[in-house]
Design a protein around this ligand. Structure first.
Ligand SMILES: [Zn+2]
Length: 187
């Protein structure tokens, strides 16, 4: 079952939509290249780096602090170069979701540990919300639901292969998104 209430999921969908409209971001551009959108529309620097093995990525924004070497304020997302490409994309979307959800967009910092080791449950409720929004960024609700409908007569294997090829995220994220979208449509 999904980890968030229907109300919470709807709230997050709305927040994402408002943000996308505000910055003129298209869902298709995100699917094509989330890093390009972050650079072109939001002025983020997106970097792959070798990070500690238990860290997937991080976001750092400090618009009023020291500037970088090229005279730009710090607005940076980094992902671990050691994780696979699909996981990197999800991590970039997760960091973007932190930015969308931040009240203060001039100063924020998050470092995200790999969450497949089901260890820390302390801050996990907020992180679940951020993950929900990441999934909603990469698998926009209308397009995703239309795909599920279109593919409902295919075998599970075929369906998931097609969805994975289109959305380029790991299979568990697709299956999870399918459950969330079904819950939203029933609620
Ligand atoms: Zn996070």
């Amino acid at each position: 079952m999904q980890k968030l209430t229907i109300e919470k999921m709807k709230d997050l969908e709305t927040k994402k939509q408002i943000f996308f409209e505000q910055y003129n971001i298209s869902e298709n551009d995100i699917i094509n290249s989330i890093s390009d959108v972050l650079r072109d529309k939001l002025d983020f620097e997106v970097k792959e780096m070798e990070l500690p093995h238990d860290v997937d990525g991080a976001i750092i924004v400090d618009l009023n602090g020291e500037q970088t070497r090229n005279n730009k304020p710090i607005k940076r997302i980094v992902v671990n170069s050691m994780i696979n490409k699909f996981r990197q994309r999800f991590t970039v979307a997760h960091e973007l979701a932190h930015y969308i959800l931040a009240d203060n967009k001039e100063f924020l910092a998050f470092r995200d540990h790999s969450r497949n080791k089901k260890s820390s449950s302390s801050n996990s409720n907020f992180e679940n919300e951020v993950d929900y929004m990441a999934a909603s960024i990469l698998m926009p609700i209308k397009a995703f639901f239309a795909d599920i409908e279109r593919l409902k007569n295919r075998s599970e294997v075929e369906k998931y292969l097609i969805l994975r090829q289109k959305y380029r995220v790991e299979l568990p994220a697709i299956i999870y998104r399918e459950q969330e979208v079904a819950a939203l449509n029933n609620g």
